[in-house]
Design a protein around this ligand. Structure first.
Ligand SMILES: Cc1ncc(COP(=O)(O)O)c(C=O)c1O
Length: 387
């Protein structure tokens, strides 16, 4: 089956066991399940913190779409990251992470795992496979990448980094939230696990918070399943239903996000009040060639810098009527945010940020509205900035 078909049908094998034959699987809003006997279950389900049929549908679907054997879904992207890291490291271990990551991930790594649990974290420019290799020590347990990264849209060469990770027996983790499995499949390029904030493109409608980890590594899956069971950060049946429903239109949404983002990036590049535009689909992106090789499309996320500072940023934002000022991304509606004060504000303040996140940088999650309306909105924002 091709991607679009899997997105709709995977995990939803028809059964007529319940005598109802609904085309859309029901939401199993139950905390617990009837048992056959004290020693045996009826259909494999015992308690919804352990597993739930609605969540199982989503987990099968996401595993299939990423080309992995196993998937676990969590109550947020951050919960997915926490369980994944807890399953792989202990005190004294070392993590290599990209210097451009979602601010919350840096807070998790540096302010929880490093400060409270004695895990060492080194940030490197992960666009350089050589710099990653140089940072490896005998205690390194994992390499953590985002590609494209949040918010600087840096790309990491998953295949070449996976050669290094295998050589040193280090786990390679890729946060695939920005690309989605429609555009990039890190497991097929050599990653050991893929992590998602399902809050973003997978759900696609800005009405659910969730996360997922997909892997083909049985030992890692079993460890994470144990940690999730005792930690309890599961995705609820209702949210599982929402994400599984959202995923069905992922391909068609991603195509439109990308078409719109490309046109907006090209428009922004021509504007004299715009200092630089960072979008992997532009020839000016330093890793345009890698994007073409590693991804099957460039996605719907872009960042740009205005000339000036906070005053110009505020003036620009005041002119927007369609594009909303809000954190998050990957929904059908366009959202804009100011990384240095919003998503990455804490990390920047704690000196674990990135010097390239200037105060005139804005991150745009391009929605699937009519692109002419979005460009007119951006033009009205730019008009607010004085010449
Ligand atoms: C790339 C990336 N990974 C992970 C997360 C965390 O996900 P959540 O907000 O669902 O916990 C985010 C949130 O913005 C993100 O942008």
């Amino acid at each position: 089956m091709e991607f679009e078909t899997k997105a709709i049908h995977s995990g939803e094998e028809r059964t007529s066991d319940d005598g109802i034959n609904a085309i859309t699987p029901p939401i199993h809003l139950t905390s617990t399940f009837l048992r056959k006997d004290i020693g045996s279950l009826l259909d494999g389900y015992a308690y919804s913190r352990l597993s739930n049929p609605t969540r199982t549908i989503l987990e099968k679907k996401l595993a299939d779409l990423e080309g992995g054997r196993f998937c676990l879904c969590f109550s947020s992207g951050m919960a997915a990251e926490t369980v994944l890291i807890m399953s792989l490291v202990k005190t004294g271990d070392h993590i290599i992470a990209s210097d451009d990551l979602y601010g919350g991930t840096k807070e998790l790594l540096s302010m929880l795992f490093a400060e409270s649990f004695g895990v060492k974290v080194t940030y490197v420019d992960a666009t350089s496979t050589r710099d990653i290799e140089k940072a490896i020590t005998k205690n390194t347990k994992l390499i953590w990448l985002e590609t494209p990264s949040n918010p600087l849209m840096k790309l990491c060469d998953i295949k070449s980094i996976s050669v290094i990770s295998k050589k040193y027996r280090v786990k390679l983790i890729v946060d695939n939230t920005f690309a989605s499995p429609f555009l990039q499949k890190p497991l097929l390029l050599g990653a050991d696990a893929v992590v998602h904030s399902t809050t973003k493109y997978l759900n696609g409608h800005s009405d659910s918070i969730g996360g997922a980890v997909i892997t083909s590594d049985k030992e890692l899956y079993e460890k994470m399943n144990f940690v999730r069971k005792i930690d309890g950060a599961i995705l609820s049946p209702f949210d599982s239903f929402l994400v599984a429903r959202g995923v069905k239109t992922l391909a068609i949404r991603m195509r439109q996000h990308e078409e719109n983002a490309m046109k907006i990036a090209e428009y922004l590049e021509k504007q004299k009040k715009v200092k630089r535009v960072i979008y992997p689909g532009l020839k000016s992106h330093p890793q345009y060639e890698l994007a073409k090789k590693q991804m099957s499309g460039f996605g719907g996320m872009l960042s740009f810098e205005l000339y000036g500072g906070l005053t110009e940023v505020r003036r620009f934002l005041s002119g927007l009527k369609i594009i909303s000022l809000a954190v998050s991304l990957g929904g059908i509606e366009s959202l804009i945010e100011h990384p240095s004060s919003m998503t990455h504000g804490v990390a920047q303040g704690k000196n674990i940020g990135n010097n390239d996140i200037s105060e005139s940088l804005l991150r745009l999650s391009v929605g699937i509205e009519r692109v002419e309306d979005l460009i007119a909105d951006i033009a009205s924002g730019l008009k607010k900035i004085q010449d």
